[in-house]
Design a protein around this ligand. Structure first.
Ligand SMILES: CSCCC(=O)C(=O)COP(=O)(O)O
Ligand SMILES: [Mg+2]
Length: 224
């Protein structure tokens, strides 16, 4: 293995897209309105509600108006940081009560374990909040996978299609680009990483290949 670190996306890469779109997002849409109503004075929740008001450019937006906006963002799959933070908080209850477990493809579990055993540092970069990422891997179908990971990045480091996000990640990893492999299903994300000289592999699990990047149907095909 020629890489010191592998950074992986979640949705469409380690995990099935439908787990996110048909399990996680509907759960959040169902639970978020009551959650922000009852938890609005919790400082962590209040900070995210303020961030929603800023994005809405409506400094006096009511809880009901924010709820409405959050549901619109979920429906449009907007990767906005306060939505992602609030979703993570709501999903915690879902995982802890056994409403669902985190889907991770079996090949991803096995290769992540293999790479970890070879000393490769593993990182996650997802639009889901760091809390959401940790929950998915902690409560995964295959048990607690969090010991495999050395760190997590979310939209607070930048959007996944922005080159600057990958520059910031390289800075955090303290590695040259050629020692890092980035895995994702989304061409625009891979393009951004590749612009910096980071090696890329596109996972083609449910979407059509885009031909630009090296492709893999599963994690076994990524690298030894
Ligand atoms: C961390 S699990 C929830 C995934 C999520 O909210 C999301 O928006 C998926 O984004 P990704 O960057 O993993 O494609
Ligand atoms: Mg993805």
């Amino acid at each position: 293995m020629k890489y010191s670190a592998i950074v992986t996306d979640i949705e469409g890469t380690t995990s099935r897209i439908s787990f996110v779109t048909e399990v996680l997002f509907p759960y959040a849409a169902r639970e978020l309105p009551a959650f922000i109503q009852t938890q609005q004075h919790n400082p962590d929740v209040a900070a995210q509600l303020q961030a929603c008001r800023t994005l809405m450019q409506q400094s006096d937006a009511s809880i009901e108006q924010i709820s409405h906006q959050l549901l619109q963002w979920i429906a449009a799959d907007e990767k906005v940081t306060p939505l992602k933070a609030l979703q993570g908080m709501v999903w915690q209850h879902g995982y802890q009560t056994g409403a669902f477990t985190g889907h991770v493809y079996d090949d991803a579990v096995r290769q992540l374990q293999h790479w970890h055993s070879k000393g490769v540092k593993l990182y996650v970069y997802s639009s889901g909040s760091v809390q959401a990422q940790q929950l998915l891997f902690q409560y995964s179908d295959a048990g607690d996978l969090t010991p495999l990971f050395s760190g997590y990045f979310d939209t607070r480091i930048g959007a996944k299609r922005d080159i600057s996000s990958y520059a910031a990640i390289l800075q955090k990893l303290q590695l040259p680009p050629k020692q890092v492999l980035f895995l994702s299903d989304v061409t625009a994300e891979l393009d951004a990483a590749a612009q910096l000289g980071i090696d890329t592999v596109q996972l083609i699990r449910e979407r059509q290949p885009a031909a630009k990047h090296k492709t893999a149907a599963d994690f076994y095909q990524v690298a030894e």
